[in-house]
Design a protein around this ligand. Structure first.
Ligand code: NI
Length: 196
């Protein structure tokens, strides 16, 4: 099921999500729906707060990204990306290598139309559970490390725009104000049925 997205200005995007304790069929269905929504919205990652749920869960699919742009090792093994994607991360714990830090452009399905340069560590390790509760460890670098950090941040109410500093900050604040006004306008005129 293609779920409606939570958009910038919704307070849920700023809340800390709660750990998942029940690994049942409903969780598997939720993960499937999030993957379907991510594909429909043409994203490479989607976190539960972005579909209105304050739960510690996100999904990614790296197959649309050129393979030379990232590396990963899952549970100590090199595995073909086609075998593991889409991937669901439940209750993730993130460890960052402080160096090196790399800059790259980011956007977010919840902040339509805005993009900005963000600096992040290039290498990460993430410990997480799958939808059945199985425990895993993944090391990633490059684009995949960036996507995982971005989605993980959503679980703590952090958005990529929070990292924009210096001269770019003024511009992004103007863009955000314009977007918020536009979204508030569309909410005010939307029919009730669009808010299930
Ligand atoms: Ni995002």
């Amino acid at each position: 099921m293609h779920l409606p997205l939570t958009l910038y200005g919704d307070p849920l995007l700023r809340e800390k999500a709660h750990p998942i304790q029940t690994f049942d069929a409903a969780l598997a269905t939720l993960a499937d729906d999030m993957v379907e929504t991510m594909y429909a919205e043409e994203g490479v990652g989607l976190a539960a707060p972005q579909i209105g749920l304050g739960q510690r869960l996100f999904v990614i699919d790296m197959r649309v990204v050129p393979s030379e742009d990232y590396t990963f090792v899952l549970d100590g093994r090199s595995v073909p990306v086609e075998l593991v994607m889409p991937m669901t991360f439940v209750n993730p714990v993130l460890l960052l290598d402080p160096e090196p830090v790399v800059q790259g452009e980011e956007g977010c399905l919840s902040i339509p139309g805005l993009r900005a340069e963000v600096s992040r560590p290039d290498r990460i390790e993430v410990r997480f559970q799958d939808v059945r509760g199985g425990e895993h460890t993944l090391q990633a670098s490059g684009y995949m490390a960036k996507v995982i950090q971005h989605e993980f941040d959503h679980l703590n109410g952090v958005l990529f725009i929070d990292y924009v500093k210096g001269r770019a900050r003024k511009q992004i604040e103007r863009d955000l104000a314009a977007l918020e006004a536009e979204l508030a306008g569309s909410r005010a005129t939307a029919p009730e049925s669009s808010h299930p």
